[in-house]
Design a protein around this ligand. Structure first.
Ligand SMILES: [Zn+2]
Length: 381
């Protein structure tokens, strides 16, 4: 199994970078270069994305003689923007290109999808349930980015431990099938599970969701927090109608306090259909298998001269943003940029590392969540 030391040693590089390093070594060439990371386009027609994974990149480069500039982790960015620029002697960091992009592309994809899902859900609770669709060792990475992106909790115990939060979950169909009855399963759960865990009972195992919801509500009364509907697509029919009907029956019988929790095939679009009736969601594959943000790392300067491959603008760059919302990418040496609206734009690019030293303390998970939340105010689906 690959671990952090293998990545630091450059074992996860593409072999052509090792060959390049060998050739440059033989020729005694080691120019100072600037390499820029950006995404020319975003997946699924997104107009914005959330930048995460920076902490791992900085840890990887820590101690190497390089300078790093870019957006702070948790920033929203747009196609074509230079999210990160690394400057140093090429042989000092060139072989890390594979790992650096991997640290950014998948995490940013997950955080972006999580942010979209949360944007659709608004005040409704959304939990990350998708670790089961992915290789287990990356579960904490998936959940970290789902949580930074805005989801309200994670189900995997190890992920929660890493994030310093309590894991969240309901009950599996297995418990109900073994107990043979939804109410019996609900009562056993209520009897044996800690008081601080919310009583959320699955109501789609044996019979109609509406009748099961009422039976469980009658059995648990005030102790029932929510019912969960997780009906497979093949049996679902018009899911919005089913959820609406369950809400109606619960209210009609006086169970206004019982919330409705929905999972199974949920994404930002399904949430937009269901949000009138649903109080909380479990989101799985849509987030854990989110499309990666296709970033590339391109050389833009060699020995202080602007130089880039065709199709790529040369020279180091910075991002500026105006309070009116306009953003501009300008040459690195620009100090002030005036927006078309007449206001002075604010520089978004920060110096993150100097000669291998991380400049500012890395933000906590909660600080990252706050940044994403603040940045999301300018975003829509
Ligand atoms: Zn402006």
């Amino acid at each position: 199994m690959i671990d952090w030391r293998d990545i630091k040693r450059g074992k996860t590089t593409d072999v052509y970078f090792l060959r390049t390093r060998k050739i440059l070594g033989k020729l005694k060439k080691n120019p100072r270069v600037a390499m820029e990371i950006s995404a020319e386009r975003l997946p699924e027609g997104y107009s914005w994305a959330v930048f995460t994974g920076l902490e791992d990149v900085l840890r990887l480069l820590e101690g190497r003689p390089v300078d790093v500039y870019g957006l702070p982790e948790g920033s929203v960015f747009y196609p074509g923007e230079p999210v990160l620029t690394i400057e140093g002697r090429y042989r000092e960091f060139g072989i890390y290109e594979t790992a650096i992009l991997g640290f950014l592309c998948q995490p940013s994809g997950i955080a972006t999808k999580a942010a979209r899902v949360k944007l659709a859900a608004g005040e409704r609770i959304v939990l990350s349930f998708g670790a089961r669709r992915m290789y287990p060792t990356i579960a904490p990475m998936i959940d970290r980015n789902a949580y930074i992106g805005g989801l309200d909790g994670v189900s995997v115990v190890k992920s929660a431990e890493v994030l310093g939060i309590e894991p969240k979950g309901t009950m599996p169909h297995a418990l109900i099938l073994i107990m043979g009855d939804t109410v019996k399963a609900a009562q056993a759960f209520d009897k044996y599970i800690e008081e601080n865990v919310k009583r959320i009972v699955l109501v789609d195992t044996f019979s109609d969701e509406k009748f099961e919801a009422l039976r469980v509500a009658e059995a648990l009364g005030e102790r029932l927090y929510a019912v969960r509907l997780d009906t497979p697509r093949s049996r679902r029919g018009d899911f919005r109608r089913i959820v609406e009907e369950v809400r109606w029956e619960l209210d009609r019988h006086g169970f206004h306090h019982v919330k409705i929790f929905v999972s199974g095939g949920i994404d930002e679009y399904k949430i937009q259909e269901l949000n009138d009736w649903v109080d909380a969601y479990g989101v799985g594959t849509a987030v854990s298998n989110a499309p990666v943000i296709d970033m590339s790392m391109d050389m833009v300067e060699v020995d202080g001269r602007p130089l880039a491959k065709k199709g790529k603008k040369s020279g180091k760059k910075k991002i500026f943003e105006c309070e009116c919302g306009m953003r501009e990418v300008v040459p690195f040496e620009f100090e002030t940029v005036i927006c078309a609206c007449g206001k002075k734009m604010k520089e978004k690019t920060e110096k993150l590392m100097e000669n291998g030293k991380i400049i500012k303390p890395l933000p906590s998970i909660e600080e990252l969540r706050e940044r994403v939340k603040k940045e999301m105010k300018k975003c829509s689906l």
